[in-house]
Design a protein around this ligand. Structure first.
Ligand SMILES: [Zn+2]
Length: 307
């Protein structure tokens, strides 16, 4: 359960969109339903923000995770990586599928533990696959992608779209991280430096009538998103020019923004004011580009239902 927050603060948090309030209402309605085993066109989709670029999507009885990261700690380069299992299990109660947008620790650090615990299918680059195998995930659970695939699962399908990593600040300069990949498993253990980028992918999901695009970092390849249409876009808070480009291509009804929190801090520490201001600026940019788009600034572990 989310702690109750004062209305004034709530109004600040959601001032950008009334839709968030509506979503909250719709969610409480959806949660009371018993999901059907066989989703129909009318079956609702329930999104839950896990912090960073992490999402849980529930569709009928199917649970899909994208970039789940609950350990919320920096991976120290030479030190053995350990998932905070307790923090993960407080939030994650099952996963049929786990999608990895790229292989940095704040996206796949918890993936091996979750996959082993719940026997999840893992979809990711060969770097993600190598890291998962090294950590003891069974080969039969892995689907290795390299961009351009169309994957059909039982109740949904996904197009895998090759992307690039967004620029990050290093030493006061903004630049893209160097591309590195791991092509085979090793004897282990996983250490901080194991989590190299390994290629970046957007996932374009089809659930019944809904199209949902997930962006793992602030990058994308314009040619690869041209012609896609998604009613829902889960986006990194990009600069105005990049936002304009991707929104032009996707023409979404609703944008859920993510990866604006401090992923090294625990969820209970909340969101610093400066991060909130940054994400509000992104929301204003989106609305100045297209005022029809609803921007949702999600709250940690809050659920949003798509009807
Ligand atoms: Zn990254």
């Amino acid at each position: 359960m989310q702690p109750k927050i004062p209305l004034t603060k709530k109004l600040v948090l959601i001032s950008l969109t009334l839709c968030q309030v509506l979503n909250g209402w719709l969610v409480s309605k959806a949660i009371g339903q018993t999901p059907n085993d066989h989703p129909t066109e009318e079956q609702s989709i329930i999104l839950k923000w896990l912090g960073n670029a992490g999402w849980e999507i529930r569709y009928g009885k199917t649970t899909i995770l994208i970039d789940p990261f609950l350990t919320r700690r920096e991976a120290v380069l030479g030190a053995e990586w350990k998932t905070d299992e307790e923090s993960v299990l407080k939030v994650i109660t099952g996963a049929d599928y786990i999608f990895a947008g790229h292989s940095h620790a704040d996206h796949i650090g918890d993936l091996p533990f979750i996959a082993k615990r719940f026997g999840s299918k893992v979809i990711g680059s060969r770097t993600t696959a190598s890291i998962a195998l090294t950590a003891g995930v069974d080969k039969s659970q892995l689907v290795t992608i390299s961009g351009g695939e169309k994957l059909d699962f039982k109740y949904f399908s996904v197009q895998v779209i090759e992307s690039v990593h967004g620029a990050v600040m290093r030493g006061g300069r903004s630049r893209r991280p160097k591309f590195e990949e791991i092509t085979r498993p090793w004897a282990g253990p996983l250490v901080g430096s194991s989590f190299v980028e390994g290629g970046c992918y957007l996932y374009y999901f089809t659930f019944g009538k809904h199209r949902i695009l997930h962006q793992s970092t602030g990058g994308f390849i314009e040619d690869n998103v041209t012609g896609l249409r998604s009613d829902i876009a889960l986006l990194y808070p990009m600069n105005r020019n990049d936002s304009a480009e991707i929104l032009m291509a996707l023409n979404p009804k609703t944008v859920y923004v993510h990866h604006f929190d401090e992923w090294r801090n625990s969820i209970s520490e909340g969101l610093p004011e400066s991060n909130l201001r940054r994400v509000q600026r992104f929301a204003r940019d989106v609305n100045s580009i297209d005022k029809q788009i609803t921007v949702v600034i999600p709250r940690f572990l809050e659920t949003y239902s798509l009807e």
